[in-house]
Design a protein around this ligand. Structure first.
Ligand SMILES: [Zn+2]
Length: 282
């Protein structure tokens, strides 16, 4: 039985096969919203998740920690702006799927009251070992009280979920009225996908530990509406044409340059492959 059997964005429509060919079968597209899903079997999906659960998790190495902190600082500044808070003001944050706590560590440095939830046991233990507050289990199992958090982040998590609607509804419940949910994921409607098709490694089950569900701006907007959220900002960035396949050096270099040139129009047209969305509880 495939792990995904209906559109994760909540459409009642069926799927059609795409020409994006993966070992487990071609990706399927929702005929209503264009959302892409994997045909992976449940047993292989669970094995991929387990293989990815390590102590290292997503903790950046010391060399990349500074860059990680800078990125997080920009993210928190934008969240404060959306909440109408002063620069540097604290707020209560929950990072869903926090892995071993990279974002939480950056948040703590900013004076933010941050905690996490992580179902992968080894990663959760690693986060606790460095003094972070992390519930080891699923969001629903954590049973946070209603209106507990001003901000929930879910970075590179939603593409692993077979039923994101259940998780989104729980997030709605634990956010204060007007609270912000930040979602970072890949963009299946990007120029990277148009060109690279199955060569885009984001689609590969083993590479990132169980990617099964691939959002587009349209399908994310639909999911948000189904769960009581409004998208305040949605942006995409980065185009990639050259990696993951063998090309003669001159072709490789040319594709790299074309992708660099297209980075800016991709942002304007929402065709970059990194998707970042700020949703408000309404
Ligand atoms: Zn759909």
């Amino acid at each position: 039985m495939p792990v995904v059997t209906s559109c994760p964005a909540g459409c009642a429509a069926g799927f059609r096969e795409t020409d994006i060919a993966l070992p487990e079968g071609p990706l399927l597209a929702c005929t209503a919203c264009g959302h892409l899903v994997s045909q992976i079997e449940e047993i292989d999906y669970l094995a991929a998740l387990d293989k990815f659960d390590t102590e290292a998790g997503t903790l950046p190495n010391p060399l990349s920690q500074k860059r990680h902190d800078q990125r997080a600082r920009r993210l928190f500044a934008r969240v404060r702006e959306l909440l109408g808070l002063n620069p540097g003001a604290s707020f209560r944050l929950l990072d869903v799927g926090c892995s071993s706590g990279a974002l939480l560590l950056s948040a703590k440095k900013e004076g933010i009251d941050a905690e996490g939830v992580e179902p992968a046991q080894r990663a959760a233990e690693a986060a606790r070992a460095v003094g972070l507050t992390v519930f080891a289990g699923t969001l629903q199992e954590a049973r946070y009280p209603p209106d507990r958090f001003h901000v929930v982040t879910m970075m590179e998590v939603i593409e692993h979920l077979r039923q994101p609607i259940d998780v989104m509804k729980e997030i709605w419940n634990i956010l204060v009225p007007g609270g912000i949910l930040v979602i970072g994921t890949g963009n299946a409607d990007s120029w990277t996908v148009s060109f690279m098709r199955e060569r885009w490694d984001y689609f590969h089950m083993e590479r990132y530990g169980g990617h099964i569900s691939f959002f587009t701006p349209r399908s994310l907007e639909r999911l948000a509406g189904q769960c009581g959220f409004r998208i305040e900002r949605l942006e995409t960035k980065r185009v990639r044409f050259a990696e993951s396949f063998q090309a003669p050096p001159v072709v490789y270099r040319t594709l790299k340059i074309v992708a660099e040139v297209l980075n800016v129009p991709a942002m304007w047209c929402r065709k970059g492959h990194d998707l970042l969305a700020f949703l408000r509880k309404v």
